[in-house]
Design a protein around this ligand. Structure first.
Ligand SMILES: *[C@@H]1O[C@H](CO)[C@@H](O)[C@H](O)[C@H]1NC(C)=O
Ligand SMILES: *[C@@H]1O[C@H](CO)[C@@H](O)[C@H](O)[C@H]1NC(C)=O
Ligand SMILES: *[C@@H]1O[C@H](CO)[C@@H](O)[C@H](O)[C@H]1NC(C)=O
Ligand SMILES: *[C@@H]1O[C@H](CO)[C@@H](O)[C@H](O)[C@H]1NC(C)=O
Ligand SMILES: *[C@@H]1O[C@H](CO)[C@@H](O)[C@H](O)[C@H]1NC(C)=O
Ligand SMILES: *[C@@H]1O[C@H](CO)[C@@H](O)[C@H](O)[C@H]1NC(C)=O
Ligand SMILES: *[C@@H]1O[C@H](CO)[C@@H](O)[C@H](O)[C@H]1NC(C)=O
Length: 587
């Protein structure tokens, strides 16, 4: 026993010295793990939801957790290009999936590029940038990354008909699978986690690589690792054992499943034009554009989304525990974010593509060693917790598959307490704040605020750093800051006033309306106005529709009162605030 303890101690000392000697060489600069989860709204244990996400919750318990963070546009590529460049869609000029900002707007520096240019080893794993044209088919390599972005081989089977149902093999939305039946016996996010764990080991080992210019280099600290998981994005293809966490009779229906009253048609996203791509949904013959989704599918979609979240939580847990293993946890800043939300039946929607809080509000966590962990240094910050072993609730006789259980998995009692939601801020945050915040937390210079016309500015920001707020929360700030802005702005384009097949994600050339939506502490107010897709100009005079939700008595945005004469003063006030734009939101 004694000798085992000694061995462990010796190992810890070696690990610590190894890590700190390299650290000293790199000026003590912190690493960054930048995590992006596809289509993840704050349906997580740490956000008070009955979802099994123990690894994310454990991270949250040692992080600053934002409850009021909003995306700039609720769809993947525009949202990601926005937060990765630190600029809003009207500056990246990307509202669809069809252009690369360096060509279509300006040669903007990205967040990983900024770190790379300061001497960081920078690597992207999975979907950090959206794939395809919007990142030039290369995930913005070589500008953003030191090595080509990793992309899992099994992504190619995303539309394969692999879900075994009673009717045969289908391409289904609801797609719990037995990994043994899957091509290559795995799934994209398992591969992403595998690769990320190997990458951390390679950095620890100082593995060699050849850079874009053919020069020999060494993977080393400080690093910026971008890590993007694909689930809970549709289709819900995940290892089937996770479904046992969510028996159908435990699922709650959306509490506001009906269309909001007085909803202008332009605000609605006809989700069926995407979900009808799946055999199981297409087989329901739902009526376009409003459906509705049959109630049994309402439950099933929720069940499969939740299961996908728990599956992703486990994959993330594997990577976080590898930070511990290689001695990086105490010197790595971790940011965690969803690229936008997802409506799980609220307002008769099963999608993103709107300006509702369900689509714009995302989980946002910042782990800052020595700050958000209250200075508790530990070599075992993130012991892996298997979601299937975690929940005391109905789990019947299911046995987790061998492939999912890793040898290094923690079997000891977890330090994490299920209801510990961690330090929390309800301050407004926008995802354009990620760039300045992560830079600031790492001690890099925060880029200056962009001028009105910033197409020629390669480095500037349209958000603010949340770092002073985070530090002051933990008593380490120079000032007592509880807010950095008074409002957030999101936008969504449409090709028409009435919902049509292209309404969910119109191509740039078809966009004629832009919905600008402002959220303040009291209201959400939107104007859907004419938009010229050649000049990228909105025309406030060309008002198609407006929305006003009084959040104090209508927090779920069920009643649009913009046309109600009672609220005319508020509408006028909010309208002029919206026209002033995002700069006026900054304190
Ligand atoms: C864009 O910026 C990158 C990185 O600074 C630079 O290498 C490249 O030459 C620039 N491209 C243009 C067209 O200016
Ligand atoms: C985008 O990719 C193409 C072809 O792969 C390449 O020729 C072009 O230089 C890239 N654009 C930029 C701005 O690097
Ligand atoms: C890189 O390293 C390899 C293997 O060590 C060596 O053969 C090659 O000459 C090196 N290339 C450069 C550009 O130094
Ligand atoms: C849907 O329509 C197809 C073709 O019109 C028909 O064969 C099928 O029975 C319908 N399914 C349902 C559930 O109504
Ligand atoms: C940006 O650069 C282009 C090309 O050099 C120039 O024509 C344009 O006037 C510049 N715009 C601004 C706002 O400086
Ligand atoms: C910061 O200010 C708030 C509101 O004035 C106050 O409640 C809080 O105690 C202050 N915190 C610190 C650390 O001074
Ligand atoms: C958009 O602006 C361009 C350039 O000013 C103009 O030619 C075009 O007619 C405008 N389009 C609309 C729909 O107003």
């Amino acid at each position: 026993m004694k000798s085992r303890l000694f061995q462990l101690f010796a190992l810890l000392v070696v690990t610590f010295c190894h890590a700190s000697s390299k650290r000293a060489k790199n000026g003590g600069r912190p690493n960054v793990l930048f995590i992006v989860i596809d289509d993840l709204r704050p349906k997580l244990g740490c956000y008070g939801e009955d979802i099994v996400s123990p690894n994310i919750d454990q991270l949250a318990s040692k992080s600053m957790r934002f409850t009021n963070a909003h995306v700039q546009q609720a769809v993947c590529a525009p949202s990601r290009v926005s937060f990765l460049t630190g600029r809003r869609p009207d500056t990246t000029r990307l509202y669809d999936f069809g252009s690369y900002w360096r060509k279509a707007a300006g040669n903007y520096t990205t967040l990983p590029q900024y770190f790379k240019e300061q001497g960081y080893f920078s690597a992207g794993v999975g979907k950090v940038f959206h794939m395809g044209i919007s990142s030039n088919g290369s995930f913005d390599y070589p500008y953003s990354w030191s090595i080509p972005n990793y992309w899992p081989s099994t992504e190619q089977y995303i539309t394969s008909k692999v879900c075994i149902t009673p009717e045969g093999k289908k391409h289904n939305l609801l797609c719990p699978v037995d990994l043994k039946t899957q091509p290559e016996g795995t799934l994209p996010d398992i591969q992403n986690a595998d690769y990320a764990v190997d990458l951390l080991k390679n950095i620890y080992d100082g593995a060699p690589y050849v850079d874009f210019f053919g020069e020999n280099q060494t993977m080393q600290e400080p690093f910026f690792v971008g890590l993007g998981f694909r689930k809970p994005h549709v289709p819900y293809k995940y290892p089937e054992e996770f479904k046992a966490l969510y028996p159908l009779d435990s699922i709650q229906i959306a509490k506001d499943k009906d269309l909001p009253s007085e909803l202008p048609s332009v605000a609605y996203a006809p989700y069926l034009s995407t979900l009808d791509n799946y055999d199981d949904i297409a087989g329901l013959n739902l009526s376009f554009p409003y459906g509705p989704m049959p109630i049994d599918y309402h439950y099933l979609i929720r069940q499969n989304y939740y299961s996908s979240v728990s599956y992703t939580d486990y994959q993330l847990g594997r990577v976080l525990s590898a930070l511990d293993k290689y001695g990086f946890s105490d010197n790595t800043i971790i940011s965690f974010v969803g690229d936008h939300g997802w409506q799980l039946g609220e307002h008769s929607e099963f999608s993103k593509f709107t300006n509702y809080l369900y689509a714009t509000n995302v989980p946002l966590l910042f782990h800052v060693p020595g700050v958000t962990d209250r200075g508790v240094r530990s070599k075992r910050k993130f012991p892996l917790i298997h979601p299937l072993k975690f929940k005391p609730k109905p789990r019947t006789s299911m046995k987790p598959s061998g492939i999912l259980m890793s040898a290094s998995e923690s079997t000891e009692k977890h330090m994490y307490r299920p209801r510990d939601q961690g330090p929390t801020s309800n301050a407004f945050a926008e995802l354009v704040d990620l760039f300045p915040t992560v830079s600031d937390l790492a001690g890099l210079q925060v880029p200056s605020l962009c001028p009105e016309d910033s197409l020629n500015e390669t480095l500037c920001r349209e958000g603010v750093s949340l770092a002073p707020l985070i530090k002051s929360h933990f008593g380490g700030g120079e000032q007592n800051i509880s807010n950095v802005k008074t409002c957030t702005i999101s936008q969504y384009p449409r090709p028409s006033d009435q919902p049509e097949k292209g309404s969910i994600l119109p191509k740039l050339a078809t966009i004629i309306i832009m919905g600008y939506s402002m959220r303040t502490s009291d209201y959400r107010y939107s104007e859907w106005v004419g938009f010229n897709h050649t000049t990228f100009q909105m025309d406030w005079e060309d008002l198609h529709a407006s929305e006003l939700y009084i959040l104090a008595n209508d927090p779920s945005e069920d009643n649009n009162v913009a046309q109600d004469p009672t609220y005319i003063d508020i509408v006028q006030e909010m309208s002029s605030k919206l026209h002033q734009g995002w700069r006026d939101c900054i304190l």
